[in-house]
Every structure is written in structure tokens, then in C-alpha cells.
Ligand binder design. Structure first.
Ligand code: UT7
Length: 323
């Protein structure tokens, strides 16, 4: 019998405050028209006082546990993708563990920026399949607003805050059509650091730093890398793009979603889009979009769902799941 990681619940959380493009146009030289045309973003949620990556992650995790119908103390693994931890150390995953009341299992953060959730999922799936844990919370959570340069119009209009979480449970099955993570592929290419990075850190400046991005170059790499890794996962699973029920992409830019779908010959109606409401929430964007589509009834058990993301590093990856 083979061990599989089965998705048994999803959850998400967003800060209360919504900031529209029009509000940003009062602060920097931009316009609603430019932001919508270039990125598809209309608004974003921004964390207020007392809202942190940890509190958003915990709220999303609670929802995912409730959806799965399980108690926090049965969780023995928490993997949290984030690039905006509450503290330099310890890992925000341990704060979530403390606040949920599920001490004693494994808990750590994964740093892969916008691909953080895909990396967290890959690690959790491998640990569940090898028997190191049995029930995992996989979370993507960010407060990008805290590392955005609010004077740089080229980046500050693009990001938002939020969190998404899933519960994975290890189950034995030999049925290839049974629910579970079917195939995942992850990549990194450290040569592109200067195209997307933060200009600070504990070991260099001793400060947190701010996001710096050469948007146009990142855009080109994103469409190519995403199309490549999607094909890789489809090949590994032995299926074609038209067999997918849904694609849940990282929500950085509506034009990247459209470009990637076009390259793969994928119908636009199968792509879950939340970038208009949430902007780019980095590691949170994929599980957040997934939870929204599960809760509004689009994604249902039995369907084939592809998750994908690309971000700083560069890092990128994709994962195919039977719901
Ligand atoms: O999460 C994963 C990593 N991130 C991404 O995937 C982001 C990838 N990149 C993008 O989404 C797009 O490149 C952007 C949305 C960032 C920019 O769109 P673009 O079509 O590549 O525009 P651009 O950077 O070439 O800028 C075009 C013009 C420039 O003016 P000039 O040089 O043509 O006179 C910019 O200065 O737009 C100007 N501009 C703005 N204008 C109004 C840049 N930001 C703004 C702004 N409002 N907020």
C-alpha cells in the first residue's frame, strides 16, 4: 500500500482593512487605471495594529481545522511558508503551534517567498509519505505591507496581506484515482537575486529591508518558468492540461495568469483569480485562492487541481492534487 497526503480541509484569513487603488493614488504618483490595466489589481487587504503574519496564519489554520473536523492536538507537523515572519527567530510556525495548543509535533518555516506555500506543501507531503508525521497543517501567511517601500510606486501598489492554510492527512491507498497529492516539482535559480529581493536582513544590514523588483524581467521569467513546471508535473502525472478541473495560480499579476494559461492551451474559465481583490500576498496567495474556490463551491471532492507559484530567488513550483 502506498501512503498519500490527502487534503481534508482549507481555511484563510484576511486583515479587516481594505485599501483601494484610489487611496494609493493619494499617496504615490499612480492611478486606478494604470494598476488595473498592468496588474488586474483593484484592492488589497492591509494588516492593522495587532494583525501579524502569526495571527493571520493562526486564524487561517483554525478555519482549516474546523473544515477538516479535527482537533488541533492531532496535528503533528506545521510547515509555514512566509517571507515576513513575526520575529527573526523562532519560526512563526511555532507561534501558530503555541496559539493553537498543539505542542510537541514538528513546526518550522520555509522561506521561498511567493513559492513558499508550494515549497511547504512539497516538504510536508514528503514527510507524511515517509511516516515522519501523520497530520500536517500547511500554511502560507504574509504581511508584505511591512516590507513594502511605500514611496516606490512600482512595487507598493502590487502587494497585500493575508493567510491560507490546508490540513493534510496521511492515508494508505493503492487506488491511483484516490484523493491526495499526485505529483509535485520545485525549482530554484539563485542567479536572479538582483531582479527581486529585499535590501536588508539580520546578517547584512541588521534591518528588515524593503522589497526591490525589476518587474518587467520578473514577468518574463515567470511566464516561462511556470509553463515549464506545469508541463513537468502534467508529464509526471501522465495527464494533459485539458484533464485539469482547476488551476490555482500564485496571484501576482492577471497578465501572468493569462499568459501562462495561453502557453498551456488552458481554458481561462478554469483559472481561479483573486488578484483583483487580494493583490500579491506572496506565500499566502495560493492557499487563500484555493480556500475561496472551495468555500464558494467551485472546487469539489474528486476534482483534479493544479497549484503553481513563482517568486523571489527565483523559486518556482507546481503541485497536482486530487481533491
Ligand atoms: O510574486 C512574483 C513576483 N512578482 C511578479 O510576478 C511581478 C512581475 N511583474 C509585473 O507584474 C509587471 O512587470 C508590473 C505590474 C510590475 C509592471 O508592469 P509593466 O507593464 O512591466 O510596466 P513597467 O515596469 O515596464 O513600467 C511601465 C511604465 C514605466 O514608465 P516609463 O519608464 O515607461 O515612462 C513606469 O515608471 O509605468 C511606470 N510605472 C507606473 N505608473 C503608474 C511603474 N509603476 C507605476 C505605477 N503607476 N504604480
Amino acid at each position: 500500500m502506498g501512503r498519500r497526503s490527502v487534503l481534508i480541509g482549507t481555511g484563510s484569513a484576511l486583515p479587516a482593512r481594505i485599501v483601494t487603488n484610489a487611496e494609493l493614488a493619494d499617496q504615490v504618483d499612480t492611478s486606478d487605471e494604470w494598476i488595473v490595466e498592468r496588474s488586474g489589481i483593484r484592492q488589497r487587504h492591509i494588516a492593522g495594529e495587532g494583525e501579524t503574519t502569526g495571527t493571520l496564519a493562526t486564524a487561517a489554520a483554525r478555519q482549516a481545522l474546523a473544515a477538516a473536523g479535527i482537533e488541533p492536538d492531532s496535528i503533528d507537523l506545521i510547515v509555514l511558508g512566509t517571507t515576513t515572519p513575526d520575529q527573526t527567530f523562532p519560526a512563526t510556525a511555532t507561534l501558530v503551534q503555541r496559539d493553537l495548543g498543539c505542542a510537541g509535533g514538528i513546526a518550522f518555516d520555509v522561506a521561498a517567498v511567493c513559492s513558499g506555500f508550494l515549497y511547504a506543501l512539497g516538504v510536508a507531503d514528503a514527510m507524511l509519505r515517509t511516516g515522519m508525521a501523520h497530520r500536517a497543517l500547511v500554511i502560507g501567511a504574509e504581511t508584505m505591507s511591512r516590507i513594502v517601500d511605500w514611496e516606490d510606486r512600482a512595487t507598493c501598489v502590487l502587494f497585500g496581506d493575508g493567510a491560507g492554510a490546508i490540513v493534510l492527512e496521511a492515508r494508505e491507498s493503492d487506488d491511483p484515482s484516490a484523493p491526495g497529492v499526485i505529483a509535485s516539482r520545485l525549482h530554484a535559480d539563485g542567479r536572479h537575486n538582483e531582479l527581486l529581493f529585499v535590501d536588508g536582513g539580520p546578517s547584512t544590514t541588521g534591518t528588515v529591508g524593503k522589497i526591490r523588483m525589476k518587474g518587467k524581467e520578473v514577468f518574463k521569467h515567470a511566464v516561462t518558468n511556470l509553463a515549464d513546471v506545469l508541463r513537468e508535473v502534467l508529464d509526471a502525472a501522465g495527464i494533459s492540461a485539458d484533464e485539469l478541473d482547476w488551476v490555482v495560480p500564485h496571484q501576482a499579476n492577471k497578465r501572468i495568469l493569462d499568459g501562462t494559461a495561453k502557453k498551456l492551451g488552458l481554458a481561462a474559465e478554469k483559472v481561479i483569480v483573486t488578484v483583483d481583490r487580494h493583490a500579491n500576498t506572496s506565500a499566502a496567495s495560493v492557499p487563500l485562492a484555493l480556500d475561496i474556490a472551495v468555500r464558494d463551491g467551485r472546487i469539489v471532492p474528486g476534482q483534479l487541481v493544479m497549484l503553481e507559484a513563482m517568486g523571489g530567488g527565483f523559486t518556482w513550483g507546481a503541485s497536482l492534487i486530487r481533491m
